[in-house]
Write a protein that binds this ligand. Structure first.
Ligand code: GRF
Length: 207
């Protein structure tokens, strides 16, 4: 069975990172184009925030986590070059951003195929307060988008996108919770789509 390595970058809570790690753990996947079998491993995580709760999650999941504070670098390019050095030895097929609160420079996005998840129906509500902005808007739907990363904020080609209808009188907290549940469903599916893999539900690995 061939192994596919992924690297996940996060800056905070890390719930999407944990969900992805748990989703792919000990499962086998079938190539859609060639009928080969693959396992998917989260080789390591990297965070730019030494206080991120995701670090604790990594310890519990037994995933190596590198802490690389962006404040140690004089500019974006230097930080991104250091990130590349950390990531390259793992030879990842994809770099997965899961709440990574940094814009990546062209040098990074030209080196790795990189995905991001955003809690709105892009191109609507880009930026860090997307859930609140979408909640406060006149839109009838909120939603979640997974997209390829380029060197602009929350742009890049959409891979998967799903709406959720707004519910009259719902609180922001409940709306945010429904958004996060949709994220946990959508991100693993988007990763499989990019990797051109399918997941037969019976294909749990025995070891
Ligand atoms: C998610 O809402 C994601 O869409 C956005 O940042 C949040 C990260 O949450 N990019 P978590 O750290 O995965 O819990």
């Amino acid at each position: 069975m061939k192994k596919i390595n992924l690297i996940i970058l996060f800056s905070g809570n890390g719930s999407n990172m944990q969900n992805i790690a748990e989703f792919f753990h000990k499962k086998k996947f079938i190539g859609i184009i060639q009928n080969e079998t693959f396992s998917i491993q989260i080789s390591a995580c990297i965070t730019n925030n030494p206080l991120a709760y995701g670090i604790t999650r990594c310890k519990e999941l037994k995933i190596p986590c590198h802490v690389l504070p962006h404040t140690d670098f004089s500019n974006r390019e230097e930080f991104d070059k250091a990130l590349i050095k950390y990531i390259q030895p793992y030879h990842p097929k994809l770099v997965v951003l899961a709440g990574f609160m940094r814009i990546l420079s062209p040098i990074f996005v030209c080196t790795f195929r990189t995905l991001n998840i955003h809690p709105s129906l892009l191109p609507k509500h880009k930026g860090a307060s997307a859930i609140k902005d979408s909640f406060m808007s006149d839109d009838t739907n909120g939603g979640v988008s997974v997209h390829f990363v380029d060197d602009n904020l929350d742009s890049g080609q959409i891979i998967l996108q799903e709406p959720i209808p707004k519910i009259p009188n719902e609180s922001l907290e409940d709306f945010a919770q429904r958004i996060h549940h949709l994220e946990y469903d959508l991100y693993p599916r988007a990763i499989l789509k990019v990797l051109e893999l399918s997941y037969p539900k019976t294909a749990l690995m025995s070891t």
